[in-house]
Design a protein around this ligand. Structure first.
Ligand code: TYD
Length: 148
């Protein structure tokens, strides 16, 4: 588990940031593009999206050993709270060209969904349940490695 411990030991929320994807205005709608041309922090491997979200939903609630993500409000708006075990910060995503970068080793929760919102995630990896840390006490245990 040495590599697994490493991402949690070295990640903190200062690495989370908003990336403004390019957007091209048009009288009949705006177009946004995300592509693997060097402007993103990782190469996109997988795309998934959540929709039909009840407004009182809490999504996320986990960290990853290796997976990096860009989280986008493709429709509507919602909040993303990122947590490194010491500090937390909440970002409100409300424009489809704003992508929140979340590196590995960061606990994230999505909440405050507006009606009709769509949470689009660009991921650096294939889906792998063993990459998830779903228990907060386990997350804190992994984080404590850097405090020893
Ligand atoms: P999860 O990542 O926990 O959702 P969120 O963080 O948005 O709340 O995934 C929810 C369920 O979907 C879980 O059973 C795993 C499954 N899943 C896949 O099968 N493939 C995927 O690519 C993803 C992201 C999730």
């Amino acid at each position: 588990m040495k590599n697994n411990a490493d991402s949690h030991a070295t990640s903190d929320i200062s690495r989370c940031h908003i990336i403004n994807l390019s957007h091209i205005g048009h009288p009949y709608g705006t177009l946004t593009v995300a592509q693997n041309s060097g402007e993103l922090p990782f190469a996109i491997r997988r795309v998934f999206y959540i929709y039909d979200i009840p407004t009182d939903s809490l999504r996320g609630g986990h960290s990853h050993h290796k997976e990096q993500q860009l989280i986008i409000a493709a429709a509507g708006c919602f909040d993303v709270t990122v947590d490194d075990g010491t500090s937390k910060q909440t970002y409100t995503l409300r424009r489809p060209y704003e992508a929140l970068y979340v590196p590995a080793g960061i606990w994230r929760s999505m909440h405050g969904f507006s009606a009709g919102s769509v949470c689009l995630t660009l991921s650096s990896t294939d889906y792998d349940e063993t990459d998830y840390v779903r228990r907060y006490d386990k997350f804190l245990e992994l984080k404590s490695i850097k405090r020893q």
